[in-house]
Design a protein around this ligand. Structure first.
Ligand SMILES: Cc1cc2nc3c(=O)[nH]c(=O)nc-3n(C[C@H](O)[C@H](O)[C@H](O)COP(=O)(O)O)c2cc1C
Length: 164
């Protein structure tokens, strides 16, 4: 699957918006993820408004480029679907990866922006987007057409594998 092998974090974007069908396809990929007991404890808040993206780019010191993104997705866990935040986190991580790989397949770059378990970041996101229980903001993903062709890293590490 080429989209998986060529995905790499993209932090500089062109100025254009994403098409509604591209956004839907990315979200569909998120919904395809596996989840513990098929609870699907995710909730996606899609942000395209430039002013909002600029505000959100301050949620973490490592998210400044979100203000140049065409779209941000706040990935939330839903504790009403699985009270275990650990499982919410694992399931939502799977959905996040799916969305990033699908975006790459569409020629759209993306970057994961870490939030949870950093309490300050979670609180910032809660306030900025009025996220309430049972939802908990976990992290964001920035999306946009890459400004430059990203180069792919070779991450294969033979010594990180043991066959039994
Ligand atoms: C949980 C998680 C949090 C991350 N948070 C950030 C972040 O806040 N800002 C950022 O620029 N990149 C962030 N990244 C992207 C990583 O830096 C990137 O995936 C890593 O350097 C490997 O590079 P690659 O994605 O190009 O393969 C995060 C990735 C993960 C999985």
């Amino acid at each position: 699957m080429n989209a998986l092998f060529t995905r790499t974090s993209v932090r500089a974007y062109q100025n254009d918006a994403l098409k509604p069908e591209e956004i839907r396809r990315i979200l569909q990929a998120g919904f395809c993820a596996p989840s513990a007991r098929n609870a699907r404890p995710w909730y996606f808040i899609v942000i395209q408004e430039k002013e909002k993206l600029a505000q959100l780019s301050r949620f973490s010191p490592y998210a400044s480029f979100l203000k140049e993104a065409a779209m941000g997705i706040l990935v939330c866990g839903d504790r009403s679907r699985n009270p275990s935040l650990d499982y919410c986190e694992q399931d939502c991580a799977a959905a996040t990866q799916n969305m990033m790989v699908e975006a790459n397949d569409l020629g759209i770059g993306s970057c994961w922006l870490g939030g949870y378990p950093n309490e300050e970041r979670v609180l910032f996101l809660k306030k900025a987007l009025q996220v309430e229980e049972p939802l908990i903001p976990l992290w964001m993903i920035a999306f946009g057409h890459p400004k430059e062709q990203p180069s792919v890293k070779d991450k294969w590490e033979e010594d990180r594998i043991r066959f039994v």
